[in-house]
Design a protein around this ligand. Structure first.
Ligand code: COA
Length: 259
């Protein structure tokens, strides 16, 4: 598909989505969000796509936040609508049955940090910086940041970062559990692909169930263990389970079909 604010390329089952406004540090304008929504829908619907990487164009930024120029004059109704739109897109990423990986190549601030946190895996280049600086603007995160930051790094550190607007460097993000790997910038996409290739070699239905079950832990009103029981049982009915178990017993590599 042709997009105006993002670049996409597909190779070996991975759709790489590059937010492409490097002169504005890839700030999330409404145009970017519209394209991102479509690209996420593409990941869901295109059977050739098994996983996705989100990254930023240029060397400086992953995404330096929502586009602040679009914030001027925002009232209660429009503000709520804007945040609801961002939350909906990021929820779709988080709930995708196919894994999304954020390859954080620079500043991941505000909506950029929130975008990375909506992905299932985060890897960072050594120069990456993370933060939720919204309080500098008299705002708070509106694309899920107050919730996902707590989920990933815990209440105490999340509150400190949210209230001070401090940025953390990549090595600190690794220590906090905000990312799982830090690599030289030149190796970032290779590391991202290495992780996704490994995930894509597993049974797709099982991967989707893992994502659902982990999300269930954070979903009010859902008994996570009960949800896990149903998901485990559903896996038992798949052809891939039969294939996986028989491949193990006959000491060969399983060939999963996603059924
Ligand atoms: N929205 C809109 N434009 C943004 C932006 C954002 N979130 N972040 C950066 N830009 C633009 C700048 O306005 C500048 O545009 P210009 O060249 O037309 O003046 C360009 O991107 C480069 O940014 P600049 O601030 O000059 O780079 P820097 O290296 O001096 O600083 C940052 C980098 C990330 C520290 C700084 O850009 C910044 O603080 N950005 C806002 C971060 C933020 O508050 N995000 C949360 C938004 S809710």
């Amino acid at each position: 598909m042709a997009y105006q604010n993002i670049l996409t390329s597909q190779s070996n089952g991975i759709l790489t989505i590059t937010i492409n406004r490097p002169d504005k540090l890839n700030a999330l304008s409404q145009g970017v969000l519209k394209d991102l929504r479509s690209a996420v829908a593409e990941v869901y619907s295109d059977h050739r796509i098994k996983a996705a990487i989100i990254t930023g164009a240029g060397e400086k930024a992953f995404v330096a936040g929502a586009d602040i120029t679009e914030f001027q004059g925002l009232g209660v109704k429009a503000g709520r609508k804007l945040a609801a739109n961002g939350q909906d897109i990021f929820n779709r990423i988080e709930r995708s049955p196919k894994p999304f990986l954020a390859a954080v190549n620079g500043f991941a601030l505000g909506g950029g940090c929130e975008l990375a946190m909506a992905c299932h895996v985060r890897v960072a280049a050594e120069g990456a910086r993370f933060g939720q600086p919204e309080v500098n603007l008299g705002l708070i995160p509106g694309y899920g940041g107050t919730q996902r930051l707590v989920q990933l790094i815990g209440k105490g550190k999340a509150l400190e970062l949210l209230m001070t607007a401090d940025m953390v460097k990549a090595d600190e993000a690794l220590r906090l559990g905000l990312v799982t790997h830090v690599v030289p910038a030149a190796d970032l996409l290779a590391k991202a692909e290495e992780i996704l290739v490994k995930v894509m070699s597993k049974a797709p239905v099982a991967i989707a169930k893992v994502i659902d079950c982990v999300n269930a832990y954070f979903t009010d009103g859902v008994d996570g263990l009960e949800f896990e029981l149903d998901s485990f049982a559903a896996c038992c009915a798949t052809e891939d389970f039969t294939e996986g178990a028989s491949a193990f017993l006959s000491k060969r590599t399983a060939e999963f079909k996603g059924r």
